[in-house]
Each structure stands twice: as C-alpha cells, then as structure tokens.
Design a protein around this ligand. Structure first.
Ligand code: HEM
Length: 287
C-alpha cells in the first residue's frame, strides 16, 4: 500500500504539478522575476523565484507544492467536517448562528469584514476544533542542543519533540468545564481561564496562544490560518443559510463525534463513513 501511495504521488508530481512547475522554471530562466504576458502571481511563481539555486528544479519545487497542498487542504477539510458534525449534533446553535450570518452579511455583504464580524461562528469553530481533536498533537520541533527542564528531565540534541495539545485543550485550569461543548465559550461571558475576557482579540480562532494550539505556536505557527479561518467560515455560513443539517437516523452521538482513532497521526481524522443528510432549506434531501 505504501509503495502504491508513493507511486501515486510520483505520478501526480510528474504528470500534473511537475508540468506546471517546469513551464514556470522555463519562463523564469527567460525573464527572471520581471513581468511577462500571462504571468500569474501564484504560489508556484513565488516558490520558483524564492528558491535557492540548488533547489530551483522541478523535483524540489514540486515537492514543496505537494507539501503546502497537504498542509492547507487536509487540515481545512478536517476542521470543516468536524464543525459540520458538531452543528448537526447540536441543533440549538443553528438558529443563533443563522441570525448572526444574516445580520452581518445584510449589513456588510460577503466580505472579509463580514467574516471578521462573525464572532459566534468563530467561537463555534474554535470550540469544535478544541474538542474534536483536530489537533491531538502539535508543534513538531527538533532539539538542536541538550535541554533540561526544571524537573531535571533532559531532552538530548537530535531528538524530535511534539506537544500533546489535546491535554492542553482539555486542561481544567485553562478551560472551565473542559469536556463540555460550549459553542459560544469564546465570544461571551467569562468562561475560560487564560483566555481573558479583557482581551477579545486573543479569543479569536486565528490568535496563536499557548492555550490553543490548533495552528501551533511561535515562529513556525501556521501562516495560512487567516486564510483558512475565513475559508471555513464562508463555507459554513453558506451551508447554514442554505441547508438544514441533521444526524443520520442510526448514528449515535459517540460514533459520530469520536475521531477515528485508528487514523490518528498529528491530526485525528473525523469518521469518514458517517454521512450527514443535508436538506436544502425547504427542498430535497442530499447526502
Ligand atoms: C484549518 C486549517 C489549518 C490548520 C489546522 C493548520 C495547522 C497547522 C499547524 C499545526 C502547523 C504547524 C505549526 C507549528 O509547528 O507551530 C502549520 C504549519 C503550516 N501551515 Fe497550516 N494549517 C491550516 C491551514 C493552512 C493553509 C490554508 C495553509 C496555506 C495556504 C497553511 C500553510 C502552512 C505552512 C506553510 C506551514 C509551515 C510553517 C512553518 O514551518 O514555518 N496551513 N499549520
């Protein structure tokens, strides 16, 4: 299986992404960084222009594109799927979220400003990520020199360490009643410890904070998080306004919400086999 997976990746690289990278490299050899007709301001162009000479080749640039695709698409899909599962299971949130989306988009259209103003939706998405273990582990770091913690534990240089963010996300000293899903935890009242109500910006989903590690922390925190949060918000807002969601008749809460533990690495995939019947508001049912 592993071999087939690698072979498939190689084919995708060679036949699809690699072809585009090759064209961009040829244009770069001809024009450098200057503009030419039809030049696109996109990721592949940035990677070609920014690559050191020894990595400015089809194989290395293609590998980078594939890596960013993985970092950007899989994570966003998991975050959206978990939020949809939580919405279907917690119908009481649908009314208030729809009301917020209708009010904000009526006043500000489908703009970035509107996405910033969707505070209830932002909080619901953050709470969904906190509890659905989209980030069971976070922040892989390679130890570059021996480090000794205050308790005497030494991590030798060369080891890789990772933060068990699930423990932080369910720490009662940080989150009041940590195992209870509170969709509006981050936008109303004083209901988290470190997430102080006096600093509302810190409570937003995009804020990197040692108490919420979905996007990691520090210098290497996810740079795509601003785009990703807006993307998921826009998707959910559209679905909420146009569809009714419900759990499939035979799915239990446990089966539906528990991540697929056989499929966990740094992230836990949602259960792929659970389908959510979605009905166009006042219309036919789709799966
Ligand atoms: C909900 C969606 C996303 C989640 C949960 C997520 C999560 C993460 C996490 C946990 C890291 C590691 C951070 C660390 O080690 O401190 C990371 C890194 C990264 N992410 Fe995201 N990500 C998401 C979306 C995206 C998108 C849409 C893009 C690009 C368009 C992106 C690009 C990157 C890149 C380039 C890095 C490496 C940063 C570095 O090493 O300096 N991510 N992401």
């Amino acid at each position: 299986m592993l071999y087939k997976g690698r072979a498939l990746t190689k084919t995708v690289e060679r036949k699809f992404v690699g072809v585009i990278v090759k064209e961009k490299l040829e244009k770069f050899a001809q024009y450098g960084s200057s503009n030419y007709e039809g030049k696109k301001d996109d990721l592949i162009s940035w990677l070609v222009e920014g690559a050191p000479l020894e990595h400015r080749n089809v194989e290395d640039i293609t590998a980078k594109v594939m890596l960013v695709n993985f970092l950007a698409i899989h994570t966003t899909a998991i975050t959206t799927t978990n939020a949809l599962f939580n919405l279907a299971a917690r119908q009481e949130y649908i009314g208030p979220l729809r009301a917020e989306i209708e009010e904000v988009t009526r006043a500000h259209g489908w703009t970035k400003e509107s996405m910033d103003r969707l505070q209830k939706l932002d909080s619901f998405m953050k709470e969904s990520s906190r509890l659905s273990e989209a980030a069971g582990l976070s922040m892989n770091r390679k130890v570059t020199k021996d480090f000794t913690f205050s308790n005497g534990l030494t991590i030798p240089a060369g080891y890789t360490v990772v933060v068990a963010s699930e423990g932080i996300h369910t720490d009662p000293e940080i989150y009041e009643d940590p195992h209870t899903f509170k969709g509006f935890r981050f936008c109303e009242g004083r209901n988290t410890g470190a997430d102080s109500e006096s600093d509302p910006l810190r409570r937003r989903m995009v804020s990197v904070d040692p108490t919420f590690l979905l996007f990691g922390h520090g210098r290497n925190a996810c740079p795509g998080r601003f785009f990703a949060v807006n993307e998921v918000k826009a998707l959910l807002a559209h679905i909420l306004l146009n569809y009714d969601l419900k759990l499939p008749g035979d799915a239990t809460e446990q089966e539906k919400l528990a991540p697929n533990r056989t499929d966990c690495a740094s992230t836990c995939n949602p259960r792929g086999h659970v389908r959510l019947p979605a009905q166009i508001k006042n219309g036919a049912e789709h799966n």
